[in-house]
Ligand binder design. Structure first.
Ligand SMILES: [Zn+2]
Length: 84
């Protein structure tokens, strides 16, 4: 998996400042989806401009990030992009 994408993870609370490793635009967005109690889930990071991104399974969901429960994610429109 692309290290440049992985390096974005720690700065996701400031996603508006992040630069897409693929196209160079500041269009990064992300969502953590997981279990409300265990706070284990998966992470999707993608670029709204070029529609590329990554998917990381089995992550611990930190505080102060965009998070939805598995349950709520079924009622949401999830991002569509190409996994790198
Ligand atoms: Zn991009």
């Amino acid at each position: 998996m692309n290290k440049k994408w992985l390096s974005l993870i720690n700065d996701l609370p400031h996603a508006d400042k992040l630069i897409c490793p693929n196209c160079g635009q500041k269009q990064i967005d992300y969502i953590y989806v997981g279990d409300d109690t265990s706070k284990i889930g998966y992470l999707q990071i993608w670029c709204k401009a070029c529609r590329k991104g990554i998917y990381i399974s089995r992550v611990r969901i930190p505080p102060n990030v965009k998070f939805v429960s598995f349950e709520d994610s079924k009622r949401m429109e999830m991002p569509s992009y190409e996994f790198l």
